[in-house]
Ligand binder design. Structure first.
Ligand code: HEC
Ligand code: HEC
Ligand code: HEC
Length: 179
């Protein structure tokens, strides 16, 4: 009995260590972006040093930026000019043209905590449910959600973070969701 318990603890510790080990970053000199010969490489802060302090994620640059912002690990300046009105909108939209995949929940809240309405409306998305012929091919080509996801926001390989609402459990109506 005790041995089984011990084994369990060891297993949990090992898997914890493996998970933690996944959160690693390339050195600036090896990232293919910085010139390894440049003297500045010695002066710049390594991403690992800065990012290890932030809430972890399992993909992208290994930081959950949504949590980092909400839990006040970071407090980025929201506007440069005092006249700019910061608008936060708590409105979820369910998109239903997902074939066999689960439905997509688009949360305005977590987006408007980072972005202005103008960043999306009307250049990337017309401000009307169903007015945009969004599809996965276009997204993978860097349009619609793919303008940011896979570039600066979590990557497109994380299917279920967008396709998060199972069809059989969803009883509501697609489009704007009641709060
Ligand atoms: C990251 C991109 C993004 C940002 C930023 C964004 N939206 Fe949207 N918005 C969407 C998407 C996607 C839809 C759904 C489009 C569709 O169904 O084709 C939508 C739909 C809407 C709709 C239509 C609802 C309806 O009843 O048809 C309104 C209104 C709207 N947004 C307002 C706003 C406002 C106000 C802001 C800023 C506070 C904002 N949005 C910021 C992506 C965004
Ligand atoms: C950034 C969000 C996002 C991610 C990540 C994502 N999808 Fe989608 N997907 C969408 C949206 C939005 C639609 C269109 C929904 C609509 O217009 O009603 C869509 C549509 C689809 C469709 C419907 C058919 C088509 O071609 O449009 C399929 C199938 C699909 N996605 C599969 C996937 C798979 C598989 C993955 C992971 C490899 C994935 N998606 C990742 C947002 C995403
Ligand atoms: C203009 C840039 C932009 C566009 C366009 C965009 N997103 Fe995002 N999205 C972000 C950023 C930034 C975040 C927060 C950082 C992250 O999670 O990587 C985010 C986060 C998310 C999250 C996680 C929310 C949470 O609370 O954890 C989901 C889900 C999501 N996006 C879905 C979508 C879908 C679906 C579309 C297309 C209909 C889309 N996004 C279009 C920038 C964008």
């Amino acid at each position: 009995m005790n041995i089984i318990r011990l084994l369990l603890i060891v297993l949990i510790l090992i898997s914890g260590a493996l998970l933690a080990a996944k959160q690693t970053w390339k050195l600036l000199a090896d990232d293919g972006l910085h010139d390894p010969q440049s003297p500045a490489i010695e002066l710049l802060q390594e991403p690992s040093e800065a990012l290890i302090l932030l809430p972890p994620d399992t993909t992208g640059n290994m930081v959950s930026w949504v949590d980092a912002l909400r839990d006040k690990y970071i407090e980025p300046r929201s506007n440069l000019f005092s006249v700019t009105k910061v608008k936060i909108l708590d409105m979820d939209i369910i998109l239903e043209n997902t074939g066999e995949m689960s439905l997509v929940r688009f949360p305005h809240l977590s987006h408007t905590e980072w972005l202005d309405c103008d960043n999306c409306h009307d250049s990337i998305f017309k401000e009307k449910v169903g007015a945009n012929p969004i599809n996965m091919f276009a997204i993978l080509n860097g349009e619609y959600c793919g303008r940011c996801h896979g570039a600066v926001a979590f990557p497109l390989t994380e299917c279920l973070r967008c396709h998060s609402v199972a069809r059989r459990t969803f009883t509501g109506k697609p489009g704007v969701q009641p709060k």
